[in-house]
Design a protein around this ligand. Structure first.
Ligand code: IPD
Ligand code: CA
Ligand code: CA
Length: 265
């Protein structure tokens, strides 16, 4: 089955491709800057902002009335507040900064607070994951499905570690210990949007992380759901993980077991 290319998805694909060209050019420069004592920090934040400006201006041109929530520029309210773009121009900044080829652009569209379309573009690996509500998830034209593995011992599970408070690090260590005790194949790759895309693609069986932002989660949420996976808030299934930032995503078989282990940690 091939991907239904709606007008909105075409806009998202085109926009991400344009921002990707700019980011790839900048990524090729980053390597040269590693040797300087200052490092590539300022250069990367400029690259990040440049990519966001491209995304903002392309989406604004295509849908002038829609609202925005962007990592760098924050909220830009449009005439139409029912539709809102959620944008992370560069997810995996630390990887990008270190010349590690694992980062992505993440764009989602919400309607009345519900994510209806999502796209995650990894230009280095030339992989694009996307989904629209009710239409399935795709990697370009190939249908995505979560994995069928049921055995946590054989699973690969991804996570991300908090940088902030000692308290959140302590909580993370408890959860990490609880999961690794039953599932030794843990991964920590540093780009939450790609972690979610990989759950959808059946590469990981599960992913959990706390303290994420709406732009880290929104696109991945619909891609996981449309690939047949489960995704929810880590603590309370009636909360929206896009808002709380505390996320558990997994294939349909391992979602409950993972949820139990994490809650008991
Ligand atoms: C970060 C990445 C990372 C996650 C952090 C995010 P950024 O986003 O997704 O994997 O652990 O919590 O903030 O800063 O690279 O866009
Ligand atoms: Ca991010
Ligand atoms: Ca970012």
């Amino acid at each position: 089955m091939s991907a239904p290319q709606s007008a909105i998805m075409n806009i998202m694909l085109r926009t991400a491709a344009k921002a990707a060209r700019s980011l790839v050019r900048d990524f090729n420069e980053v390597e040269n800057l590693q040797v300087s004592t200052k490092g590539p920090g300022d250069f990367v934040s400029a690259a990040d902002k440049r990519a966001e400006e491209i995304i903002f201006s392309e989406l604004k041109k295509a849908r002038p009335d829609y609202s925005f929530l962007m990592e760098e520029s924050g909220i830009v309210e449009g005439k139409n507040t029912e539709y809102r773009w959620l944008i992370d121009p560069l997810d995996g900044t630390t990887n990008f900064l270190h010349g590690l080829p694992h980062w992505a652009i993440s764009i989602a569209l919400e309607h009345k607070g519900e994510v209806i379309a999502g796209l995650i573009h990894d230009p280095v690996k030339d992989e694009i994951f996307h989904a629209e509500k009710g239409n399935g998830a795709f990697m370009r034209r190939r249908r995505l499905r979560v994995s069928g593995r049921q055995d946590l011992m054989l699973a690969t599970i991804a996570t991300g570690a908090p940088r902030r408070s000692a308290e959140s690090r302590a909580q993370f260590m408890k959860e990490y210990s609880a999961i690794i005790a039953v599932s030794p194949g843990l991964r920590r790759f540093g780009a939450a949007a790609l972690d979610l895309a990989y759950v959808a693609a059946g590469r990981y069986e599960g992913f959990w992380e706390r303290n994420l932002k709406p732009w880290d989660v929104a696109a991945g949420l619909i891609i996981v759901k449309e690939a047949g996976g489960f995704i929810s808030d880590l603590d309370n299934p009636s909360h929206n993980p896009v808002e709380t930032g505390n996320v558990l995503a997994a294939n349909d078989r391992l979602f409950e077991p993972m949820s139990k282990i994490l809650k008991a940690a």
